[in-house]
Write a protein that binds this ligand. Structure first.
Ligand code: CO8
Length: 256
């Protein structure tokens, strides 16, 4: 399916989504969020896809929500339209999603990257929550997810001052999993995604669900959840195949 503001490609078992509003540094407007939601629905339903990559351009992953679109919003309108709720679609994606971030990931752009399962950053990446400079605060999880990623002190400083963080600081503080040279970012993200897409899809999805539990529940509950899911995996053909392949010294060929 063709979209107005994003490009979608299927590269074997990897679904690649590129944000594509170059004239506005991929600023996130309603059309883009609708397109992204539809693409996520499409790729989630496609059984041949095992992992997704979300990326932008060399200059910007996304420079935030579209300020020109938001400028004249009123409170009743944002409340009645439930503005932002649909932006959370990405965080409900069940398949693994990697954010490949080069250039600016600001405001809603940083929030979108944090909704992914992990962030691979180009050495050019710059993260920030500069909303305060516009007279608002982060509205799509920035005050919550950034605090969980980098801790209260740094998150508070970034949200209160709007200061940007470069890739080195982002890696050091746990916001991104790794930094790669900008020229290699997409290849590296696709390579990692291909590796994940070669695993058992239900097991990858359960692993994601279990890691995410760590954010939402107590340690004891999380451990119980992990154990139950782990035990259930012994009922799958993929567990038999994975362990047989190890013992027979050959690559595993998972069914799902
Ligand atoms: N919205 C609309 N247009 C934008 C945005 C934006 N967020 N960012 C850049 N653009 C446009 C510019 O207006 C400009 O367009 P034009 O040529 O027509 O004037 C074009 O993109 C290029 O931008 P610049 O000329 O400014 O490029 P620079 O390289 O000089 O600067 C910056 C790049 C530093 C990224 C600068 O563009 C900037 O500061 N952008 C705004 C960043 C920002 O404040 N982001 C936060 C927005 S608020 C927000 O995200 C709230 C989140 C709510 C929830 C979101 C859910 C996911």
């Amino acid at each position: 399916m063709a979209y107005e503001t994003i490009l979608v490609e299927r590269l074997e078992r990897v679904g690649l989504i590129r944000l594509n509003r170059p004239q506005a540094l991929n600023a996130l407007n309603r059309q883009l969020i609708a397109d992204l939601g539809a693409a996520l629905d499409e790729l989630e339903q496609d059984r041949s896809i095992g992992c997704l990559v979300l990326t932008g351009s060399e200059k910007a992953f996304a420079a935030g929500a579209d300020i020109k679109e938001m400028q004249n919003f009123t409170y009743p309108q944002t409340y009645l339209d439930d503005f932002i709720t649909s932006w959370e679609r990405l965080s409900r994606t069940r398949k693994p999603v990697i954010a490949a971030v080069a250039g600016f990931a600001l405001g809603g752009g940083c929030e979108l990257a944090m909704m992914c399962d992990f962030i691979l950053a180009a050495d050019t990446a710059k993260f920030g929550q500069p909303e305060i400079k516009l007279g608002v605060m982060p509205g799509s999880g920035g005050t919550q997810r950034l605090t969980r990623f980098v801790g209260k002190s740094k998150a508070m400083e970034m949200c209160l001052t709007g200061r940007l963080m470069d890739a080195v600081e982002a890696e050091r503080s746990g916001l991104v999993s790794r930094i790669v040279p900008a020229a290699d970012l997409l290849d590296e993200a696709l390579k990692v995604a291909k590796g994940i897409a070669g695993m058992s899809l239900p097991v990858a999805m359960q692993t994601k669900e279990s890691v995410n539990r760590a954010y939402e529940t107590t340690l004891a509950e999380g451990i119980r959840f992990e154990r139950r899911v782990f035990q259930s995996q012994f009922g799958t053909a993929d567990q038999k195949e994975g362990m047989a392949a190890f013992i027979e010294k050959r690559p595993a060929k998972f069914q799902h």
